[in-house]
Design a protein around this ligand. Structure first.
Ligand code: ATP
Ligand code: MG
Length: 287
């Protein structure tokens, strides 16, 4: 199921991030639609090699809750990824269209993302960049994890991290001070923190770690996340949601439950049986 880069034509731009641009693309023969992510920054050969190595991992990651990668190409240093097209955009897009996202939808997001994380963690892959813009949705209401590997390279040092505050904002406290980690710690629990923080942001309608309106610069963020108490869920949210968020946002990484454990959490089972009507949410995404 390899897709040749030369057989794709760009349809339109879907978005852009710190690392590159994402286009909607059509396969000229089959008409199939893909997302084409192009990293146009000129990284040195070593970084490029690392990006490609990690993307090879992604290409082998086959799970219904991980965005499929159909090919990685290097054309004179410009790296392109052919990805599964997620036609409802990202959780960040949903959040931009709705002030706050209701719990039934968040329970679905949590369930799907935890299944994706369970698969990755089982295969010894730590995502390290879980945040609303990397959680993608399609019209079948499936939620999938996107974009691992690339950012893992790009934010591998704190100095580089400085220019990617958007990514650092979702980093767990222990990742700000990797030297202080104990030897048994495997990093998977950092993804659990980031997922909890992303879901809390969706419930609150703003980034939870800083007061409203506060500019998220690097020192302020680090102080808030490492020195402050973990952000608390809204008092008017359900007890199950509050318990889920508190479990994810424990500063001691060893105390955070695994993806497998969280999949049995009451917050997920609470909404599982009910067939919630999520169409008002998705309608605004022009599906
Ligand atoms: P950052 O650079 O900080 O990671 P980001 O995640 O928004 O930010 P990109 O990963 O480049 O940056 O993605 C930009 C946007 O493109 C996303 O917010 C999303 O709306 C869209 N996008 C990315 N991948 C896909 C995809 N596979 N299908 C559909 N849309 C996508
Ligand atoms: Mg992204």
């Amino acid at each position: 199921s390899e897709v040749a880069l030369e057989e794709l034509e760009k349809v339109c731009r879907l978005g852009s991030g710190s690392s590159g641009k994402v286009y909607k693309a059509r396969h000229v023969h089959t008409g199939a639609i893909y997302a084409l992510k192009i990293i146009q920054e000129k990284h040195d050969a070593q970084v490029r090699q690392q990006i490609k190595r990690e993307m090879e991992i992604l290409r082998r990651a086959l799970n219904p809750h991980v965005v499929r990668c159909y090919g990685v190409f290097d054309r004179g240093g410009e790296i392109s990824f052919v990805l599964e097209y997620m036609d409802a955009g990202s959780l960040a897009d949903v959040l931009a269209a709705h002030r706050r996202i209701p719990e039934p939808f968040l329970a679905r997001v949590a369930a799907h993302c935890l299944q994706g994380l369970l698969y990755l963690h089982k295969n010894k892959i730590v995502h390290r960049d879980i945040k609303p813009s990397n959680l993608l949705i399609n019209r079948r209401r499936e939620v999938k994890i996107a974009d691992f590997g690339v950012s893992k390279v790009l934010d591998s040092t704190l100095a580089q991290c400085n220019s990617y505050v958007g990514t650092c904002a979702y980093m767990s406290p222990e990742r700000f001070n990797p030297d202080a980690q104990d030897g048994h710690y495997d990093g998977c629990s950092a993804d659990i923190w980031s997922l909890g923080l992303s879901l809390l942001e969706c419930a609150m309608g703003r980034f939870p770690c800083l007061p409203p309106g506060q500019k998220p610069d690097w020192p302020t963020l680090m102080m808030a996340i490492c020195m402050g108490d973990p952000p608390a869920p809204p008092a008017d949210s359900s007890p199950e949601f509050q318990s889920f968020i508190r479990a994810c946002l424990q500063k001691n990484a060893c105390l955070r439950p695994s993806a497998k454990h969280l999949l049995t959490h009451p917050f997920l089972t609470k909404y599982k049986e009910k067939d919630c009507d999520l169409s008002p949410l998705l309608k605004s995404l022009q599906l």
